[in-house]
Design a protein around this ligand. Structure first.
Ligand SMILES: CC(C)(COP(=O)(O)OP(=O)(O)OC[C@H]1O[C@@H](n2cnc3c(N)ncnc32)[C@H](O)[C@@H]1OP(=O)(O)O)[C@@H](O)C(=O)NCCC(=O)NCCS
Length: 205
């Protein structure tokens, strides 16, 4: 039987997600996007908008390919209201310890490494070549950008975004709704939501 998937979000990130879907054996891939000017995404068609999800329910798997954590949460809630369970997608080159727990809707990109006893929430993005070390807890809608290193026993709160190449040292807690900007090095707990940048990372007022 054909393996079919609907990807919500026809962007550059969507193209990367489509490739992971293909490598996971999906032979029918289509996109939905609320921007009606989009007709295709990479090699795949944009077949409608998020209002069209019901017509694919039951026959297709679903995944959201939207980098913005708030929008991803909104769409994820919409799928839940429709009783649509999202799939998870893991690139075959990612190295994931067998004890890792991953909730629905999460995508793990090429060459990511996720070590022992990590817990990853709903609709997270673990982007290309990032590493999440032992016993970290990532809450729902976290996005870890390419090349980020998260050391062991770190917790990252809901909807926090970690920008490209940032480093988080071990045994820290970062609260919900933070933007850790590109290249930042987080060396202390982050207890207040906001933007953090630099080495060591400081709140940007
Ligand atoms: C969050 C981000 C987009 C903000 O960029 P921005 O809108 O240009 O930032 P602001 O306008 O608030 O601030 C600009 C100032 O901060 C500096 N700045 C911006 N990002 C910085 C960073 N990551 N580290 C240090 N300084 C930074 C700029 O040089 C500028 O300084 P100036 O005023 O002295 O010229 C950017 O910091 C970032 O992290 N981008 C990474 C994107 C990424 O990870 N993409 C991968 C997605 S998969």
């Amino acid at each position: 039987m054909n393996k079919k998937i609907v990807i919500i979000g026809a962007s550059g990130h969507g193209k990367v997600v489509a490739n992971i879907a293909k490598l996971n054996g999906y032979d029918e891939i289509l996109f939905l996007d609320d921007d009606t000017s989009k007709k295709s995404c990479g090699r795949y068609p944009v077949a409608g908008t998020s209002k069209d999800i019901r017509q694919y329910k039951g026959n297709y798997d679903f995944i959201i390919a939207i980098g913005n954590n708030r929008i991803r949460e909104k769409i994820s809630d919409m799928l839940e209201r429709e009783n649509i369970k999202q799939t998870t997608l893991i690139h075959p080159s990612a190295v994931i310890d067998e004890t890792v727990k991953i909730k629905e809707g999460t995508v793990i990109m090429a060459n990511a490494a996720v070590n022992a006893e990590v817990q990853i929430g709903r609709s997270c993005i673990i982007n290309t070549s990032s590493s999440i070390d032992h016993e970290c807890i990532l809450e729902d809608y976290v996005h870890v950008s390419p090349g980020v290193h998260v050391a062991g026993t770190v917790s990252i709160g809901k909807s926090t975004w970690i920008g490209i190449g940032a480093t988080i040292i071990n045994n820290l807690s970062i609260c919900a709704n933070c933007n850790i900007r590109a290249g930042a090095v987080v060396v202390k707990d982050v207890i207040e939501s906001g933007d953090y940048q630099g080495v060591p990372a400081k709140k940007k007022e």
